[in-house]
Write a protein that binds this ligand. Structure first.
Ligand code: PRP
Ligand code: URA
Ligand code: MG
Length: 236
């Protein structure tokens, strides 16, 4: 598995000032791709329970792979029969999620990083007309994040604006030591946007696929449609 993580790393070359580490799971054959296929598949994705659970499963696998990047130290664990030396992670994790679509993805990460602190940010597209919109952030609940490992989860990175503005909102709570941006489907444009707007030296982007384009409504193509609606139903 360690080998897998090394093979799928490439660097987003935006210009010489912005080179960010990107890990794209689509470049490796694993069962994760089955779950991605199912959330994309128009015949399967309307089963909301399955859609949410697949997102959660991708979060679990991503969390496991991400955990290999953390700092470890040996702890001596008292068993009933003796002392067992075990390497365990020392990072102080803050698991931050962008509402709504981020919730099942968050749950997947939280199943593995059960000791993490948690943060929630609301971001939504407020339309000015059928094509133009601003991203509005109206709610943030977060612990202090100074010196901690900040993981921001959102299954879709289309323009990358929700992620950028959510990160800016998180900065009102301190400055993290490192940042992991976790998504499932990212557009190429969003990867470039994140590489330009988040600190390249301490940010890693994790995704399950990078799609080539976004359409005039700023939806990822081929993408999967509207992740929030598929997980929770349409909003008015
Ligand atoms: O990269 P961007 O262009 O900003 O788009 C991506 C955002 O769109 C989705 O949320 P949405 O606004 O649909 O809200 P929802 O989760 O409530 O459905 C998704 O979960 C991201 O937050
Ligand atoms: O493709 C997209 C873009 C934004 N939000 C989604 O859920 N899907
Ligand atoms: Mg949505």
């Amino acid at each position: 598995m360690l080998q897998i993580a090394q093979e799928i790393v490439y660097f987003a070359h935006i210009n010489s000032n912005h080179i960010m580490k990107v890990i794209n799971f689509a470049e490796t054959n694993s069962i994760l791709n089955q779950y991605v296929a199912e959330i994309r598949d128009v015949q399967v994705q309307n089963d909301r329970l399955r859609f949410r659970r697949n997102i959660e499963r991708i979060g679990e696998i991503m969390a496991y792979e991400m955990s290999k990047e953390f700092a470890y130290s040996q702890k001596n664990i008292q068993t009933p029969l003796g002392i067992a030396p075990v390497q365990t992670p020392d990072n102080q994790l803050v698991l931050s999620t962008i509402l709504r679509a981020g919730l099942p993805f968050h749950q997947g990460f939280l199943s593995y990083f059960d000791g993490a602190e948690n943060a929630f940010v609301s971001a939504y597209r407020k339309y000015k007309d059928t094509l133009k919109f601003d991203i509005h952030i109206e709610y943030i609940a977060s612990p202090r994040i100074d010196g901690k490992t900040l993981i921001i989860t959102d299954p879709m990175l289309a323009t990358g604006s929700s992620m950028e503005l959510s990160y800016q909102a998180m900065l009102t709570k301190g400055h993290p030591a490192e940042i992991h941006v976790a998504s499932i489907i990212a557009s190429r444009q969003a990867v470039e946007h994140i590489a330009e707007t988040l600190p390249a030296d301490k940010t890693t982007i994790w995704c399950a696929a990078i799609d080539p384009e976004i359409n005039e409504h700023s939806y990822i193509v081929p993408g999967l449609g509207d992740a929030g609606d598929l997980a929770f139903g349409e909003k008015e």
